[in-house]
Design a binder for this molecule. Structure first.
Ligand code: ACO
Ligand code: LMR
Length: 264
């Protein structure tokens, strides 16, 4: 047989050796000729397979819904301050991206992990939430700074409506809503947030589409693919905020003294 020198890198998602790049074995010409969408490309490069249209459309809805949430949120604020410090596009973008984490936008993977574990173990919302409290962990996917019972996040509603119409099952999302009903009995702002909605609904997508084995779902959840959706989506808005500040020729930002409590 052939003897092959050991390689330093293994790659399984794309191949650029031919006339055109292939994403998970699909040549670029096919992607263009068949009118593949951004959701299709994400499916190929992240999940290494073509997914049904209702799944790729769901992915695109997540990207559109999370693309921006105004200038006041952590990410946009950092990007705006960085752009106003005269930094370039990439610096302004990554400065905003670096705020994405357990409190802001990056709670999707943990929401999926905890909701999946609690649902699969048959925990009641009471057992789940109180168990988390005992461990001193805030429930990922629950809570919002400005959204509340009387000022719901319409993005969550839009995701739920889409899934109700197109998904074969929404059992994880329904569980997340039961958890929300319980947390809302404790405080008004403990709503299911957009991270929790995406985390629970992606579990429904993975388990209901018939496109993934149980082992593959466990691996996706364990590795944590889903924060990638927020990172990808919010990059669109952060790039926009950078251009906006440059277009407006905004000067160096300095935070006002009056807004700082100087104390010992
Ligand atoms: N689970 C349980 N209790 C909570 C939660 C939660 N997720 N969030 C708030 N509380 C309770 C706690 O008792 C908290 O008291 P503590 O500070 O002693 O723990 C109390 O509410 C105070 O809440 P707030 O002051 O209203 O919280 P804040 O506005 O600072 O937090 C936040 C908002 C960061 C989103 C919070 O709810 C949280 O950490 N949620 C989990 C992470 C998450 O899902 N983040 C994504 C948000 S959506 C997005 O960024 C796109
Ligand atoms: C967002 O999408 O950035 C948010 O939900 C966070 C926020 O505080 O509005």
């Amino acid at each position: 047989g052939k003897v092959r020198a050991p390689t330093h890198i293994i790659s399984t998602i794309s191949d650029d050796r031919g006339d055109e790049p292939c994403y998970a074995g699909v040549p670029m010409s096919t992607i263009i000729e068949r009118g593949f969408s951004v959701g299709d490309v994400i499916s190929l490069l992240w999940f290494k397979r073509s997914l049904p249209r209702y799944c790729t459309q769901f992915i695109e809805i997540c990207v559109m819904l999370c693309a921006d949430h105004g200038p006041c949120v952590s990410g946009a604020h950092n990007t705006i301050v960085t752009a106003r410090a005269g930094k370039d596009l990439v610096s302004s973008l990554v400065s905003g991206l670096l705020t994405i984490g357990p409190r802001f936008g990056g709670a999707i993977d943990d929401a999926a992990r905890y909701f999946k574990d609690a649902y699969d173990r048959g925990l009641t919302p009471y057992e789940f939430v109180e168990g988390m409290k005992k461990k001193g962990i805030r429930v990922p996917g629950i809570g919002h700074r400005i959204k509340s019972r009387d000022n719901r996040d319409n993005r969550v509603k839009l995701l739920q409506q889409y899934a109700h119409t197109h998904f074969p099952s929404v059992k994880y999302m329904e569980y997340a809503v039961e958890v929300e009903n319980y947390t809302l009995s404790k405080a008004n702002n403990l709503v299911l947030n957009v991270d929790g909605a995406i985390g629970s609904l992606f579990l429904d997508l993975l388990s209901g589409s018939g496109m993934f084995t149980k082992q593959e779902i466990d691996e996706i959840v364990e590795i944590g693919y889903l924060n990638g959706l927020f990172v990808l989506a919010r990059s669109i808005g952060l790039i926009g905020h950078t251009f906006d500040q440059k277009r407006l020729k905004q000067p160096l930002y300095r935070h006002p003294w009056e807004d700082v409590l100087y104390t010992k």
